[in-house]
Design a protein around this ligand. Structure first.
Ligand code: FNR
Length: 183
């Protein structure tokens, strides 16, 4: 099958490990799965008063979420939760009332952190928000990439065993999408 998957990179900084992980996924995706970044850094903070004349970045993001078969989040943990921009992006695509784009949308969370816990708390926070919004979050295998700096060789590429782990995760996600994606 073919699937078009949006990738939301939770960190906005240029040299982000989340971005490096997301970039490494392209060569690991199964045949037929296309990964495309869906930027969210320009979204004004959600304010229902703006719905009457919704900001253009909201419209772009909403069109994106609607158009993709599934959404993959690669996120760092921030203060035992998720970066505020990621939460805002989920809020934006859940409104206005009656147009919650997360309902039935397959999703996958890959969490990472500098420390050993791999963003466990952030991942749980994100899965709670996604599930509460109606997304069907792939429960297993879970992805907690701890000590993220050690997952890349000094010259840049991701280390081989992490690659193989993530290749398997994406294969599972492909099957998950086929169960839930509306087409
Ligand atoms: C962090 N970091 C962090 N790490 C962690 O394990 N638990 C935490 O609660 C936090 N909190 C936190 C808050 C803020 C504001 C920042 C900027 C960072 C560290 C962070 O998860 C880690 O450095 C990531 O690897 C950064 O991801 P990017 O930006 O490289 O994608």
């Amino acid at each position: 099958m073919t699937s078009n998957v949006a990738v939301i990179i939770g960190s906005l900084r240029q040299a982000s490990y989340s971005r490096r992980i997301a970039q490494a996924l392209h060569e690991l995706a199964p045949a037929g799965m296309t990964l495309t970044e869906l930027p969210h850094g320009d979204l004004p903070i959600y304010n229902g008063d703006l719905e009457a004349n919704a900001p253009q970045p909201w419209e772009r993001f909403r069109t994106g979420v609607q158009g993709f078969d599934a959404v993959l989040f690669v996120v760092p943990e921030y203060n035992r939760s998720i970066p505020g921009g990621v939460k805002n992006a989920i809020d934006v695509a859940s409104k206005p009332n009656g147009k919650n784009l997360w309902v039935g949308k397959p999703s996958l969370v890959m969490a990472q952190s500098a420390g050993p816990l791999g963003g466990l708390a952030g991942s749980f926070a994100l899965k709670q928000t996604l599930t509460g919004s109606g997304s069907v979050v792939m429960p297993h295998p879970e992805v907690y990439l701890g000590r993220v700096a050690t997952l890349f060789d000094s010259d840049g590429p991701m280390v081989a065993d992490t690659k193989e782990f993530l290749r398997g995760v994406l294969a599972n996600f492909d099957t998950w999408i086929s169960r839930f994606a509306s087409r």
